[in-house]
Design a protein around this ligand. Sequence first.
Ligand code: SAM
Length: 266
Amino acid sequence: MLNTEFRKAIDEECKAAISVKGLINKREVRLLFIAAAILTAQGEILEIGSFKGRSTLILAKGARWAAQNKIVACDPFPPPTNPNDPAVRPSYEVFLETLERNGISENVEIHRKFSAELAKDWNRPIRLLWIDGDHSYPGVKADVDGFFPHLVPGAIVALHDIGRSRLPGPTTCFMEDVLMSDGFGMCGMCHYTGWAQFIGSGGLKKYRLEKGKAYRFLAARKLQQVLGTKMRPLRRWRYKRFRRSGSFEKWVFSVYKDLVPSPKNL
Ligand SMILES: C[S@@+](CC[C@H](N)C(=O)[O-])C[C@H]1O[C@@H](n2cnc3c(N)ncnc32)[C@H](O)[C@@H]1O
């Protein structure tokens, strides 16, 4: 059972994060908060792609509930494409302001660089990996190859923009490197976020059916996007249902019920 304080924190922190300009929706914010707050394994929380700090904020707030002081954020924070436009503020400036305003400046280790550079020297275990940086196939694949070897059994991976036609990189990597790998167990979708639990190299076959189902949905979606056809109403309805299907919350709270955080962690 969720204690009242934690339930209240989920609602309040998610509301605060949604007020920051960003590219993930309410349900995805909730998923990140809970994934950071429940210690399914020991290791770092690594975010690739921070932008103005929406996901950074929610991960850092969630991490506090797991008594984890710092999360790692990696983004080159490029300057605005039109630096002469005074209305456009650099994302780095807004990002720092988000951290400051929400009292988490001390809780975020910032790496202002491309993830490939960070991966070169990275040698820390990872318990939560959030990939929302370079969305090209080579970009996501480099993140997968660079950071998956550091996942500890029990770790959660979450990739954003799964099933989006303009951004095929995350979908392809999620399908091939996560769903087709026995190293991953439980998986699901939450809006445009695909998530899965890393279970280690001697992975179990029992999750193949679940992952196979997800693979089939995404393959059908990809094919339909490539062919430029419309989904038939029934298929569209099934696909929408699939995007809401593997409830992370339901799964994590049932498997890790003993780890549901309480205010004494704070
Ligand atoms: C979609 S936005 C991230 C949105 C953010 N997660 C949120 O919650 O709103 C993508 C970000 O990834 C960054 N990015 C692009 N390529 C990257 C790379 N190779 N490594 C790290 N970050 C990258 C961009 O600078 C941009 O800020």
